[in-house]
Design a protein around this ligand. Structure first.
Ligand code: AMP
Ligand code: MG
Length: 320
C-alpha cells in the first residue's frame, strides 16, 4: 500500500511517497526563496509551486521506483496555510485523482508534523513542540484529539527569527545564521512574554530590532529568551498531563540551543526527548504521505476544500 502526499502550505512544495510498512520511498521538495530583504509574497510562492509540481512528482516516482498506477491513495495538506499555496496542492492532487482514478485524503499540516515525528522517533505519545516559520504550538493527544496546550498569540517563532534576520541584514532563512552569531554573544535584556500557557514574540522582536550594539548579543539574547519561553510552557504541559516524552519538530527544531534547553528540562523530569530528523522536521511531502496513509480507511471522506485556518484541534483523530 503506497500513498503519495503533497505539501504546499507556504514556502515549500514537497512530494513524498510512504509505504504501509513505514518506509519513506520518496521525499523531494523545492522551496520558494523571496527576494533579499523581502518576506514571502503569496502569489510568487504559488507560481513557484505551479512551476515545480510536475517535475517533483516525476522525481518522487523515480526515487520510489514506481509509477502512478502503483500508488493506492493520494493526500495533500488541506490547511493551515496560505490560500494561494494550498490551492496548488489541492489542484495538483485533484488532477492526479481524476486522471488515475485514486481517492484523496486531506491532511492537517500540523498533525502531519506530529505523525511523521512519532513514526521517525518511535515516541508513542509525546508532548510535541512544533516550532516552524508560521507555527509555534505545544500539542498533546487527549480524548481523541491533538490538543493545543500552548501556542503563539501572534507570529511563529521561525517567522520572528526571519524578521529579526531581515533587520540585521541576514539572508533568508535567518534561523541558522542567528544560531551561529548567538554562539559569540552575551546577555542583553529583552522582554519575556509567556501569557498563561501561550507565547507572544512580536513585542520581543520589536525590542530586539531596536537594540543598539552587537548583532551577536541580540541573537544570543533573542534565542535565550524565546527558547526559555517555549521550554517553560512545554514543561508545564508535560507536568499537567503526565506525558513521559517530548518530541521536537518543525524547521526551528534544527537549533542546537533549543534542543539543549528542552533536553535539560526532560532529563530533570525523567522524560524522554527526541528531535525529528531534519528532512522530516521541515515542511515536507513524506509527512503528508505518511499521515494520509494512516488516516486512509480510518476517516470518512470529508471536504477537499482548502482550510487556510484549520486548527490542530479541529480534527477528530480516528486513527489512534
Ligand atoms: P518550516 O516552516 O518548518 O519549513 O521551518 C522554517 C523555519 O525554520 C524558518 O523560519 C527558519 O529560519 C527556521 N530555522 C531553520 N534552521 C534553523 C536553526 N538552526 N535555528 C533556528 N531556526 C531555524
Ligand atoms: Mg510546518
Amino acid at each position: 500500500m503506497l500513498c503519495l502526499g503533497i505539501e504546499a502550505t507556504a514556502h515549500t512544495f514537497g512530494v513524498g511517497i510512504a509505504a504501509a510498512d513505514g518506509r519513506m520511498l520518496a521525499n523531494v521538495k523545492k522551496t520558494y526563496l523571496p527576494k533579499i530583504g523581502s518576506g514571502l509574497v503569496p502569489r510568487e510562492a504559488r507560481d513557484h509551486h505551479r512551476r515545480v509540481a510536475d517535475g517533483l512528482i516525476a522525481d518522487a516516482l523515480a526515487a520510489a521506483d514506481c509509477t502512478m498506477e502503483d500508488i493506492d491513495v493520494l493526500s495533500f495538506s488541506q490547511g493551515p496555510g496560505l490560500p494561494p499555496c494550498l490551492h496548488v496542492g489541492k489542484d495538483v492532487v485533484t488532477r492526479l485523482a481524476k486522471q488515475y482514478k485514486k481517492s484523496i485524503v486531506p491532511v492537517n499540516h500540523c498533525i502531519a508534523h506530529i505523525e511523521i515525528g512519532r513514526q521517525q522517533t518511535g515516541l508513542g505519545d509525546p508532548m510535541t513542540v512544533y516550532v516552524s516559520g508560521a507555527n509555534t504550538q505545544v500539542i498533546g493527544f487527549a480524548n481523541g484529539r491533538y490538543r493545543v496546550f500552548g501556542e503563539t498569540q501572534d507570529i511563529g517563532i521561525g517567522n520572528a527569527l526571519d524578521k529579526l534576520g531581515r533587520t540585521l541584514g541576514l539572508p533568508f532563512p535567518a534561523g541558522p545564521e542567528i544560531e551561529n552569531l548567538a554562539k559569540k554573544g552575551s546577555w542583553t535584556t529583552l522582554p519575556y512574554s509567556v501569557k498563561g500557557m501561550d507565547l507572544a514574540f512580536s513585542g520581543i522582536l520589536t525590542a530586539a530590532e531596536k537594540k543598539q550594539g552587537s548583532k551577536e548579543n541580540v541573537c544570543f539574547s533573542f534565542q535565550e529568551t524565546t527558547f526559555a519561553m517555549v521550554t517553560e510552557v512545554t514543561e508545564r504541559a508535560v507536568a499537567h498531563t503526565g506525558k513521559e516524552a517530548v518530541l521536537l519538530t518543525g524547521g526551528v527544531a534544527a537549533n542546537k540551543r533549543l534542543q539543549k534547553m528542552l533536553q535539560t528540562m526532560c532529563t530533570e523530569r525523567g522524560a524522554r526527548f527526541a528531535v525529528v530528523p531534519a528532512p522530516y522536521a521541515m515542511d515536507n511531502g513524506a509527512m503528508i504521505a505518511w499521515t494520509g496513509l494512516i488516516m486512509h480507511k480510518k476517516t470518512k471522506p470529508g471536504t477537499l476544500t482548502i482550510l487556510p485556518r484549520q486548527r490542530t484541534d479541529d480534527v477528530p483523530v480516528t486513527w489512534r
